[in-house]
Ligand binder design. Structure first.
Ligand code: SF4
Ligand code: SF4
Length: 358
């Protein structure tokens, strides 16, 4: 076949972002002089050319219904030349070149029930995974946890009163996506999977699921004359990795699937090296629709951080300075045996990191 007759590939990756960029941003790309923060929720960037642009940040629930999306974009058409962008934390940002339009835009957003904030030393919008809406393995919702918590933290989103910015994340299973945050709320399964033996032969690829278990706790077995699987429960670390390739290995459980709260994760920055998150609360009830127990713990940690940290200390810097025993003392969180990693595979898994070798 001649080259010109061949079907052109369909590019389904991320489209070129430049076509959606505000023209002033495109014009001054790579040529910005400085930026400042005139008020919570608003940034001003000044270019070497003298151009200025104001960015207004507004929180959204990430999983947007079509009416909210239309409302948000029509506000963008009215005040921001029709250009918007979504941030990784599900905020919508409007770029404006006329300062006189900043306050009317904020008013229009607030009148429509949206919240402006999330910049600088605030609690930024919680980033979250898909939850019950469109993933096949979650042990909890994610957007619901975010909505409940942000309702309680709305003042901290709108104002910039924290010692430094706070990033919170939620993850709805233990093994896949999810973020690195100052505070992370993650699912925690506490019991091994229950196997529905009648379905295994028809649904699971047994070699795949056996290979997938990180601690080799799954073995092929004949049950009631049918090929199935068995789990060595003494070895199982309740990670849930077997459930996606083998749904009859049900691990989600209304009683035994809990939430765990981790703190102090941070990517490296100009001041410090990357830090791992550390578990501070385990077995927290996974309690929809408002998750009051998890929210109360997050609020308690934030209160102590706000009162005790020095300016510019992130949560991990603050804990590093005061020490873990003091962290548990001031937050009143109990230190239990679940905070100690006694997993025999940890030596190998930690050695997989480029930062820790031992
Ligand atoms: S964290 Fe797990 S359950 Fe949640 S969206 Fe990601 S893969 Fe799915
Ligand atoms: S939950 Fe994790 S450790 Fe337990 S059997 Fe499944 S894959 Fe293995």
């Amino acid at each position: 076949m001649a080259l010109e007759d061949m079907r052109h590939p369909i590019e389904s990756g991320c489209p070129d972002g430049f076509q959606y960029m505000h023209p002033t941003m495109r014009k001054n790309y790579g040529a910005w002089k400085f930026h400042d923060h005139p008020r919570p929720g608003v940034l001003r960037h000044v270019a070497h050319s003298g151009d200025e642009i104001w960015t207004v940040k507004c929180g959204t629930q990430r999983i947007l219904d079509v009416y909210s999306l239309r409302k948000l974009t029509s506000i963008g058409d009215e005040f921001a030349d029709g250009y918007v962008r979504f941030t990784i934390r599900s905020n919508i940002e409007y770029m404006i070149t006329d300062e006189a339009k900043v306050e009317p835009l904020i008013k229009a957003l607030e009148d429509a029930g949206f919240v402006v904030g999330g910049t600088a030393n605030s609690v930024a919008m919680i980033s979250h995974t898909q939850g019950w809406l469109h993933c096949d393995i979650p042990g909890t919702d994610a957007s619901g946890v975010v909505k409940s918590m942000m309702d309680e933290l709305i003042t901290e989103f709108k104002e910039c009163n924290m010692p430094n910015r706070v990033h919170i994340t939620t993850s709805c299973c233990q093994i896949n996506c999810g973020g690195q945050g100052d505070i992370a709320i993650n699912v925690q399964h506490t019991k091994p999977p229950k196997i529905n033996h009648d379905l295994v032969a028809n649904i699971c690829e047994r070699p795949t699921v056996v290979a997938r278990c990180p601690v080799a706790a799954i073995r092929p077995a004949m049950v009631n004359g049918k090929p199935s699987l068995e789990v060595d429960e003494k070895k199982c670390i309740c990670c849930g990795a077997c459930f996606p390739p083998c749904p009859p290995m049900q691990i989600n459980d209304p009683e035994n699937s809990k939430l765990a709260i981790w703190v102090g994760g941070n990517h490296s920055n100009a001041r410090s090296k990357p830090t791992f998150q550390k578990l501070v609360a385990s077995g927290v009830p996974n309690n929809p629709p408002r998750w009051p127990e998890a929210t109360a713990i997050v609020k308690r940690i934030l209160k102590e951080y706000k009162e005790g940290a020095k300016d510019w200390e992130r949560i991990n810097d603050w804990i590093e300075r005061i020490g873990w025993p003091r962290f548990f003392e001031v937050t009143g969180l109990p230190f239990t045996k679940y905070h100690i990693d006694n997993w025999r595979g940890s030596r190998n898994s930690l050695n997989a990191s480029t930062h820790i070798r031992f």
